[in-house]
Design a binder for this molecule. Structure first.
Ligand code: HEC
Length: 513
């Protein structure tokens, strides 16, 4: 196979240059706007985290050179894990075709195309997506004044009298341009409140974690993410009387900007399968060549291994290290067979997150999970916190290092690997209108019935609104409107057969060619 592929590549090479290119010249109207709205404008919008907006043709035209360069270099959209094969649900990555279209468009002087058929600009609002949360907590107004990256932990009491399962969670910054990412933990100890009381102003400063050893991670947030849902049938258990700890990263060189981030949570109804989030591999217990000491002026690789103690189902993972991080690879070995779990060839501390698998991975009892992690403690590493480089050891500070592989795990049930959390299975893409849609038949047998619908594993960007049209068997529109979260309530329909067309604009996952 390999030699055939090489022979084919060699045959195509004389025509290189256009080998990756597309049959027609893409224009903003025909193709490019849709790619940008699907992959970029959730961050590149006025008030978003990105330094400029890409909502209009003019915006994109002005930035065309750097757009071409950044997509060619795979630095935009930011999604650090390699995606071969595509294994993560909700991954914001360009297909090879989309990347080629963008590059082609730039090298053809970025034409507009038919000015009368430009796809409409998506409406972006900074408002929440989760409309009826069970829990809504807001960090008090916090004024950010910093020349360096700032990691601030805010303590928000949940006041839950019993244990609960989190189904969905949404982080809504009030000042989106300064919230670079956030980690959300739960904790039942009093220590975080103490740390908060000892530090003037709302919250307290803590770099790598929360400063409390009893806190456990629930999930992470990166800009543009919108509502984070645990896969259907799974949830994250929060113990009674927990505090939420929200660690927010505000980037350096922010002066006098106020943020008041809100957390919105929806609990699962009844009992779901508990997903625990823990640092399954860590530098304290699992290093083969520890301890984690990275001498000055050296590039050093560490390996961590751990035997899986019982049959487990892995739904998502998040690698974590600090500023000396260079690359992070992890895998599973079972009976001599190895599976890659994640591969981040260019670690970027500022773009770390949870990656949910399209299909869960079975970790059999007795198999082993491993990580191979490289740190660059030389001056070649622009992010090196020490100048000149100093020997770095394990710890939570900016100048320390860590090696953690968080995993979302549940007890294994046979058939788990057949579950599929890939939303693109369920949506059609209409590239002319840049809309993803799904048509569902509804059969109502009683008059009093209400319509509830859940699109499988669907997530919208924060501020995005989807649309629905409900029509009867004769095609007459009975109801239409917007939906912001994966359920809808349409009361009082007569019995009969209906069709519902659900659609949404900006879906990073649906563009198939
Ligand atoms: C998750 C948010 C996010 C998404 C999605 C995103 N960007 Fe960016 N973009 C940023 C941020 C933030 C920066 C500023 C540099 C940084 O922090 O990495 C940036 C910087 C850029 C730059 C400046 C040059 C550079 O590489 O820093 C270009 C060009 C760019 N983005 C284009 C795009 C395009 C084109 C897309 C879609 C195909 C896209 N971005 C998707 C957040 C995003």
């Amino acid at each position: 196979m390999k030699s055939l592929a090489l022979a084919l590549a060699a045959a195509v090479l004389p025509f290189a240059g256009r080998a990756q290119s597309t049959a027609h010249t893409p224009t903003w109207t025909d193709g490019i706007a849709c790619i940008v709205y699907s992959h970029c404008t959730n961050c590149h919008n006025p008030g978003g985290i990105a330094p400029f907006s890409l909502l209009t043709y003019n915006d994109a035209f002005q930035n065309r050179q750097s757009i071409g360069a950044s997509v060619a270099a795979f630095s935009m959209p930011p999604f650090p894990p390699t995606e071969q094969p595509k294994k993560f649900a909700h991954a914001n990555t360009l297909t090879a075709h989309e990347r080629a279209e963008l590059i082609d468009w730039v090298s053809n002087f970025a034409p507009l195309g038919d000015a009368n058929a430009i796809p409409p600009i998506p409406s972006i609002s900074s408002g929440p997506g989760l409309s009826q949360p069970d829990v809504q907590r807001r960090v008090p107004n916090y004024t950010v004044n910093t020349t360096q990256d700032l990691y601030r932990v805010f303590v928000l009491p949940l006041n839950n009298l019993t244990d609960k399962y989190i189904q969905s969670i949404e982080v809504v910054p009030s000042n989106r341009s300064i919230v670079h990412h956030a980690l959300i933990f739960q904790d039942t100890s009093a220590l975080p409140l103490q740390l908060d009381a000892n530090d003037p102003g709302p919250g307290y400063t803590a770099f790598g974690g929360t400063g409390s050893s009893t806190s456990t991670l629930i999930t992470g947030y990166v800009p543009g993410q919108g509502v984070f849902e645990f896969p259907s049938g799974f949830g994250s258990k929060v113990l009674a009387n927990s505090n939420l700890l929200v660690q927010i990263h505000y980037p350096g060189y922010v002066s006098n900007q106020v943020d008041s981030t809100e957390i919105r949570i929806k609990y699962a109804n009844g009992t779901v399968r508990n997903v625990t989030t823990s640092p399954v591999l860590n530098h304290i217990q699992n290093l083969v060549n520890g301890p984690l000491v990275i001498p000055a002026n050296q590039v050093k690789t560490f390996k961590a291994v751990r035997t899986v103690p019982m049959n487990l189902t892995l739904t998502a993972l998040m690698p974590h290290m600090h500023l000396l991080g260079k690359s992070f690879k992890a895998g599973l070995v079972h009976n001599g067979d190895s599976t890659q779990l994640v591969n981040i060839p260019e670690w970027d501390f500022h773009w770390q997150g949870f990656y949910t698998y399209k299909s869960p991975i079975f970790l059999p009892q007795g198999s082993s999970v491993w990580a191979e992690v490289t740190y660059d403690n030389t001056t070649a590493n622009w992010n090196n916190p020490h100048s000149p480089p100093q020997t770095v050891t394990a710890g939570e500070g900016t100048g320390d290092e860590m090696l953690l592989l968080y995993m979302n795990l549940s007890a294994y049930f046979p058939g788990d690997t057949l579950l599929n959390f890939d939303p693109s299975l369920h949506w059609e893409h209409d590239s002319a209108s840049c809309v993803n849609y799904q048509i569902v038949t509804l059969e109502l047998n009683s008059t009093s019935a209400d319509v509830r619908w859940s699109p499988p594993e669907q997530r919208l960007y924060s501020g995005e609104r989807g649309e629905f049209v409900l029509s009867d068997a004769l095609g007459r529109v009975v109801s239409d409107g917007i939906w912001t979260e994966p359920s809808l309530y349409v009361p009082g329909l007569n019995p009969g057969v209906y069709l519902v067309r659900w659609s949404h604009r900006t879906a990073r996952f649906v563009v198939t060619h």
